[in-house]
Ligand binder design. Structure first.
Ligand code: GAL
Ligand code: ZN
Length: 668
């Protein structure tokens, strides 16, 4: 059966606009004003009940749904759809009080208390039962409510627990993976440091220990924790699906969030939704945010996704919370639309007066609706109607970047050559030059079907399975262009080092191999074969060309004259290997050469610095993240859907301005 997705939500409504709505924090008179203000702002979707468990079930098994009935009726009366939450992210105090074993234990053996949120052990029986019971009660009560448009399970899944119950669940997971202890001992390499297990009861989560913990035990723990949370999600989802087969179910992701392997969760979602809080004041933020959006599109299999939470201005959880200047909320929101979002929602509708988040911005600030900020929210909600035609449209990309959680987990553990080579940072470094050229990139998992791409970039895959390596090789043989970054293909699925000249599973396709990883104390000068110099940093490798051409070499130090970057024609394609961390300008030039190999060009030849360009369907989005007014030459005339104005030759963008040009089909 085909599951309902984003289309079910946007079909009648166009782009979605709204936010988390927490009416339980307000007297009922305020609700009425809320609904009127929402209408005026173009709000058509609100997420309700994420943190309402204690209100909905004040005592175990005793429900109070009256207030929620009235909220949903009010929303339905104002034609505002509800994304109704299953409130399992924040259990009421009675759960921890009566069933203390539901409270999570950290790696040091300390139990965490209630008084905040997220205090649950994902493996706890009572927690799992109580979750299912409140989910069932909500599903039964609201299955036919006209406001119900989507289910929202939990919130930002990411909890881990090291208690004895979790340990037992971990053992169950390991038994399923390895079958017997001998196989586990082999996989974990327990002959090292006398770690051999003789009885399943001895096997525990990676708890606080005197020194570095077994890396495979840790890797399996990451895998287990992600799967265990996923099992909790699926239990609620299945209850909801059974009651409401036509209502999509989602849980909100957190971008590059390390604890949960979103690739493995993606297929369980009817809608991919994400929470995104870009770091203000960091020049790399626009690119990092774009990359995160592209990841969401990848998780959605290229289909539209939902920006579930963003902030209208400052958050409250950084040390020093910079507000968003005028125009910034619109710029960030439209950036998500450009990259495939069909819904733009905020945390939260009305700023809380009390509680831990009372200094977090909202769509209606403490000062009320008669404010600059709310006027901006309202204007943005209204202008989104003009963009309704982009809903459902794809963001075509000829370039893919491979990113995998397992490799991320395996790489970023203690006891490696350098903790300065990190998975997401590498990904971003390689992403930036494409972003700056306006070349769209899809983020894909290891093992993805690569046949649609002219260029595939693997910034780092420390852990690379045989099959995934073979797929990369086959891709090049078949005519693809591949770029592989340093310290890739180092370990197998058990995080055991592959012996032989590295990267063992890719060295043939790369026509190059290495023998030493050499973290660098200071920047190293390198030289392109044409003669120009550039700098590399942090990481070098002792490499040799085995058929590849040396495109750049190290120009100083012990590696002087040795290859730094290599390019190899293999089969019908080309494979590049980069054995260092080139400075941004050098990575940009590398990206340019690889794009030339692949015959891929961006939508605009002369994109001014600071301007992001993305094509979605027939609409070309141009977003000015820079601080100056720029003139952007455009190849084809178009109508700006945000203003209705026709543009020809160029568009002028003031700082934080956006154009959404529907490009005219050239006259026949
Ligand atoms: C999210 C969370 C929301 C709210 C928000 C504040 O992580 O899902 O409930 O806490 O952050 O920025
Ligand atoms: Zn536990």
């Amino acid at each position: 059966m085909v599951r309902p997705g984003m289309r079910a939500l946007t079909e009648r409504r166009g782009l979605l606009f709204g936010g988390d709505y927490n009416p339980e924090q307000w007297p009922e008179q305020v609700w009425r004003e809320d609904a009127e203000l929402m209408r005026a702002a173009g709000v058509n979707l609100v997420t309700v009940g994420v943190f309402s468990w204690a209100r909905l079930e004040p005592e175990p098994g005793k429900h109070d749904f009256g207030w929620l009935d009235r909220v949903l009726d009010l929303m339905a009366g104002h034609d505002i759809a509800v994304d109704l939450a299953v409130p399992t992210a924040s259990p009421p105090p009675w759960l921890g009080h009566r069933w203390p074993e539901t409270l999570p234990v950290d790696e040091g053996g300390h139990r965490l208390w209630y008084g905040s949120r997220n205090q649950f052990c994902p493996s706890s029986g009572p927690y799992r039962e109580r979750s299912q019971s409140i989910t069932t009660a909500l599903a039964e009560r609201y299955a036919d409510h006209p406001a119900l448009a989507m289910w929202h399970v939990g919130n930002e899944y990411g909890e881990v627990c090291h208690c004895d119950v979790s340990a037992e669940a971990f053992r169950g997971w390991l038994r399923a993976r390895y079958g017997d202890l001998a196989t586990l001992n082999e996989a974990w390499g327990t002959t090292f440091w006398s770690q051999g297990y003789g009885d399943w009861a001895e096997v525990v989560p990676p708890r606080r220990a005197p020194y570095i913990i077994n890396p495979t035990q840790r890797l399996d723990w990451w895998r287990f924790c992600s799967d265990e949370l996923r099992a909790h999600f699926r239990e609620q989802r299945d209850i909801l699906r059974a009651h409401t087969p036509d209502i999509p179910v989602t849980t909100n992701f957190m971008g590059f969030f390390k604890r949960v392997d979103y690739w493995s969760w993606a297929a369980d979602q009817d809608v991919i939704s994400n929470d995104c809080y870009p770091e203000p004041g960091n020049p790399l933020t626009p690119a990092r945010t774009a990359l995160t959006h592209d990841l969401m599109r990848g998780l959605a299999g290229g289909r539209p996704w939902l920006l579930m939470e963003q902030a209208t201005s400052a958050v409250n959880w950084r040390a020093h919370n910079l507000p968003k200047p005028p125009g910034q909320l619109r710029l960030e929101s439209l950036q998500a639309v450009a990259r495939g979002a069909d819904g733009l929602c905020y945390f939260q509708w009305r700023a809380s007066r009390f509680g831990a988040e009372r200094f977090h911005a909202a769509m209606v600030p403490h000062a009320g609706p008669d404010t600059r900020l709310h006027a901006e929210v309202r204007a943005h909600g209204q202008e989104l109607r003009g963009l309704a035609e982009v809903a459902g449209e794809p963001v075509p990309a000829r370039v893919a970047m491979v990113f995998g959680w397992e490799s991320w987990w395996a790489l970023e553990d203690r006891g490696r050559p350098s903790d300065r080579l990190n998975a997401v940072d590498q990904l971003l470094d390689y992403y930036v030059p494409f972003f700056e050229r306006g070349v769209s990139v899809d983020v894909v998992p290891p093992g993805a079907d690569l046949s649609a791409y002219a260029l595939v970039v693997v910034p780092n895959l420390f852990l690379l399975g045989d099959r995934d390596a073979a797929a990369l090789t086959a891709y090049v043989q078949g005519g693809g262009v591949l770029v592989v970054g340093p310290f890739s293909g180092v370990v197998d699925e058990n995080s055991h080092v592959r012996t032989g000249r590295f990267p063992v599973p890719l060295r043939e396709v790369l026509g190059a191999s290495g023998e030493e990883w050499l973290p660098a104390g200071q920047p190293v000068r390198c030289r392109w074969s044409g003669g120009l110099d550039f700098e590399a940093h942090t990481w070098t490798e002792l490499l040799r060309a085995d058929g590849a051409e040396v495109v750049a070499e190290f120009a100083e130090g012990d590696l002087a004259g040795r290859p730094a970057i290599l390019r190899h024609r293999s089969g019908a394609g080309v494979a590049w290997y980069v054995g260092t961390m080139p400075e941004p300008a050098a990575l940009a030039s590398l990206a340019g050469r690889a794009l030339a190999d692949a015959g891929v060009r961006g939508p605009l030849p002369d994109l001014p610095a600071g301007v992001e360009a993305v094509r979605r369907g027939t609409v070309l989005f141009l977003l000015n993240h820079g601080a100056t007014t720029v003139r952007v030459p455009i190849p084809k005339p178009g109508v700006d859907l945000l203003t209705g104005a026709r543009a020809e030759g160029h568009v002028t963008l003031t700082p934080r301005a956006v154009a959404a040009l529907r490009q005219e089909v050239p006259a026949a």
